[in-house]
Design a protein around this ligand. Structure first.
Ligand code: NAD
Length: 348
């Protein structure tokens, strides 16, 4: 069977939801374009062993909408989209599958740019890019986005610390980094250089041993995060970590990390605020990676990428001022800022 694209029904507010199938390449994927109001949609491709199509559809739509907000806030001239390939990345992924996925992206004629996400490596993008110029985040172009994400989070952490503790100086601040992957490890290294007192955790022990000695960190078990005494919590693992059970136990006064969708439900932001905890919205502070990828899409240079990265911290400072003045959460302020941008662009 050749590649077949089917437009699926989608809720109001979403522009496209496409099922891409190529049986001979083993591909079953969904591409969701949430908004192109601010420019072509951009967002990574995730490969995951979803239990069924409904689960994959819910995930791709939630992620695509999130990219609209992230890209708008970072001032990238890009809309929001995302794709998911259904399958086990370790077992099912092949170069032929990634090439078929590249053909599916190409068939959308540039309304969507794809890049790496969970389960998809830079090499996979090279296969996809053989079929489309709308696959980005390539090693020989903008390169690994993770260091850019870590740098953006680190800078926001300083802004947040100045707001909460009255000083951006992190010397002696107890910071818990959850997840020592591409972003978390790079962030932990920066925090160590800045003099922070690190607590680290990961479900894989190899990264922990090295970090413990090299970064003089205390290690805690993954399920003991919310028992720790800390000033700052930096979630850099998976989403949903702050939920109805965990957030009342959190001992930190500031939350600033790279993980996407840290709040299990939007109401958690308000609950944290009521406990005197400042939460910096994940999609604002973790935009460094997509900024780097956007520089590849637009063909802009390193100066453009650095300027956008500098902009993240400025926006966080503005959000904190507005949230304090308005007696509301930074999450609410961030959403309002993006929604206003989208309204103005739609009306123009
Ligand atoms: P990664 O897969 O390299 O690292 C994640 C780490 O978290 C792994 O070491 C994993 O073992 C660990 N982990 C998973 N579950 C855990 C748990 N319950 N407790 C402790 N550790 C756990 O991923 P990454 O690229 O470093 O991204 C980290 C997070 O940041 C993800 O949520 C990702 O979506 C988000 N993010 C990443 C980027 C980027 O540029 N890489 C950009 C924006 C957002």
């Amino acid at each position: 069977m050749e590649l077949r694209l089917t437009d699926l029904d989608r809720p109001e507010g979403f522009e496209r939801l496409v099922l891409a199938e190529d049986a001979s390449a083993g591909l079953r994927a969904l591409i969701c374009v949430h908004s192109t109001v601010l420019g072509p949609a951009a967002g990574g491709c995730r490969m995951w062993n979803y239990a069924n199509d409904a689960e994959a559809i819910a995930d791709v739509m939630r992620l695509a909408r999130g990219m609209t907000y992230k890209n708008a806030m970072a001032g990238l001239g890009l809309g929001g989209g995302k794709s998911v390939i259904i399958g086990d990345a370790r077992r099912d992924k092949t170069p032929a599958m990634m090439r078929a996925f590249g053909r599916a992206v190409d068939a959308l004629k540039g309304i969507y740019y794809t890049a790496e996400d969970v389960g998809i490596s830079p090499q996979d993008m090279v296969y996809a890019a053989a079929e489309t110029r709308y696959a980005v985040g390539l090693s020989d172009a903008s390169g690994d986005p993770s260091p850019w994400t870590a740098e953006g989070v680190f800078r926001c952490l300083g802004i947040g610390a100045a707001h909460v503790f009255g000083s951006a100086d992190l010397t002696g601040r107890r910071v818990l980094v959850q997840g020592l992957g591409h972003v978390g490890l790079s962030l932990a290294e920066k925090l160590h250089v800045a003099g922070a007192d690190l607590i680290v955790t990961d479900i894989h022990t190899a990264a922990l041993e090295d970090t413990k000695t090299r970064l003089e960190a205390t290690v805690c078990a993954p399920d003991e995060v919310f028992d720790q005494q800390m000033d700052i919590f930096a979630p850099c693992a998976l989403g949903g970590v702050l939920n109805g059970d965990s957030s009342p136990k959190l001992g930190a006064r500031l939350v600033c990390g790279a993980a996407n969708n840290q709040l299990a439900t939007p109401g958690i932001a308000e609950k944290l605020r009521a406990r005197g905890i400042t939460y910096l919205p994940d999609y604002v502070v973790n935009a460094g990676g997509i900024i780097s990828v956007a520089s590849e899409i637009h063909g802009t240079g390193d100066a453009w990428r650095r300027e956008r990265l500098d902009g993240i911290a400025g926006r966080v400072a503005e959000m904190l001022t507005r949230a304090t003045a308005g007696n509301c959460s930074t999450e609410q302020i961030a959403d309002q800022m993006v929604e206003q941008m989208l309204r103005e662009a739609s009306a123009a």
